[in-house]
Design a protein. Structure first.
Length: 433
């Protein structure tokens, strides 16, 4: 009896895996997982090496610079990874439409990159603040992040469900970065060179990604109409505003801490934050990115079935986070020692506190995506903008009073508030994950 039930379930699973839609999602998930695996392996290899060669202070100022340049990287991302990706997913079989959409978004990203460059270098070369004035060479190199992002067609590959190519591109750039870093970084004076190796990998990704669109996907850019460019800006604006707001309480953490702490504290905090982010992103980010285009198509045809599937995925992700919390909280000192070569007290405490916020983020990972797949970008934006304003004020205040611990705890409280707000809004609308 038991064997027959098991055999039947195995056959159902085999049949499910053979369906084109499931196989495509699985393929995209595995490809994106390879990206994150490589990224985390690179971190595990490089963090102890870099902190030893550069010293925790230079590692801290480099981490501060990366956080700052990410502001301008977000400008070029705009809201295209959600808004334009959604349109690509809905029209993936219309090659002419995809070609026009790619052209419009590419011109829009180019314009944003130019504006970002003007603002970025004007600030870097005119500000008297020590964190910037003493490290102009570092910040000039870091801007390659922004150029690479403006070239990389992440939104299009997501929408067309062609994420398998991302694994190949990422493998090439990551391996090149790791090898170059291990061979060439020898002293604290090499911190600009280390930043250069990191950012060039993004530039390589951008160039290879553009070539992939032209030669593999056979998409030929044309000169878009002004109204088409205006339209992609208009549709992406709500998501862009929400992404900017999200950034103010996520990637801006190190910048805020840098206003009140020394380079040693920044470096130790950055180690704990990087590990926490890695645990939060992998493998959840790969799964969500792989599923999002498919869920968008499903939602237009069958809302009930889509929400049912999203509930199952959300429960699985939350379970993953809760299971992972036990070893993280108990073995944080060992993790920090292995990765950073030293049991930094600030890194250990930061990792433990930020993993509390990770649980809240994982509990909202799929739930909040319901706004995106339904095309309700305004609600998604309003939730994050309101809480980001409150969060920015609270994060700044508690960081100024309690340093890195105040920063980490205020981030955790903020993520809890966003989760609760999302649940309340969805239940009031009768569509709850």
């Amino acid at each position: 009896m038991v064997s027959s039930v098991v055999s039947a379930n195995v056959e159902r699973l085999r049949a499910l895996l053979q369906t084109p839609a499931v196989r495509l999602v699985l393929e995209n998930f595995l490809s994106l997982s390879s990206i994150h695996v490589l990224g985390q392996l690179a971190m595990l290899v490089l963090v102890p090496f870099v902190t030893r060669k550069l010293g925790i202070e230079k590692f801290g100022i480099t981490s501060f610079g990366i956080s700052f340049v990410m502001i301008f990287q977000f400008v070029t991302v705009y809201g295209f990874n959600n808004s334009a990706s959604r349109k690509a997913a809905l029209h993936k079989h219309d090659h002419s439409y995809i070609q026009r959409l790619y052209s419009s978004v590419s011109v829009a990203k180019l314009l944003l990159c130019i504006l970002a460059a003007i603002a970025y270098f004007t600030f870097i070369f005119t500000t008297p603040q020590q964190q910037f004035a003493a490290y102009k060479g570092l910040y000039a190199v870091l801007f390659l992040y922004v150029i690479g992002e403006s070239l990389f067609p992440m939104w299009l590959l997501m929408g067309l469900e062609e994420m398998r190519f991302l694994g190949i591109l990422n493998f090439i750039s990551r391996i090149a970065m790791v090898i170059a870093t291990l061979l060439c970084i020898n002293s604290p004076d090499d911190y600009v060179l280390y930043a250069g190796f990191t950012t060039i990998s993004f530039l390589i990704n951008g160039i290879l990604g553009s070539g992939l669109v032209l030669f593999k996907l056979k998409i030929r850019p044309t000169m878009p109409q002004f109204d088409e460019i205006k339209e992609v800006f208009r549709e992406g604006l709500p998501v862009f505003l929400s992404l900017v707001s999200i950034y103010t309480y996520t990637s801006c953490r190190i910048i805020i801490l840098g206003l009140f702490a020394d380079e040693n504290t920044i470096g130790q905090y950055a180690v704990g934050e990087r590990i926490s982010n890695a645990l939060q992103i992998f493998p959840v980010s790969a799964l969500i990115t792989a599923l999002l285009p498919r869920l968008t198509s499903m939602y237009n045809n069958d809302k009930t079935r889509t929400i049912h599937l999203m509930k199952k995925v959300q429960k699985a992700i939350l379970f993953y986070g809760l299971v992972l919390s036990v070893p993280v909280l108990f073995f944080a000192p060992d993790m920090i020692t292995i990765i950073a070569n030293y049991p930094y007290t600030i890194s250990i405490e930061t990792l433990r506190i930020l993993f509390v916020s990770t649980i809240f983020v994982l509990a909202n990972t799929v739930r909040v995506q319901l706004f995106i797949i339904a095309g309700d970008f305004k609600t998604f934006s309003k939730i994050h903008i309101v809480w980001s304003i409150i969060g920015l004020l609270s994060v700044t205040y508690f960081t100024s009073v309690y340093s890195y611990s105040g920063l980490a705890w205020s981030i955790s409280a903020l993520e809890a508030c966003i989760l609760i707000t999302t649940i309340i809004v969805q239940r009031l609308r009768g569509e709850s994950i």
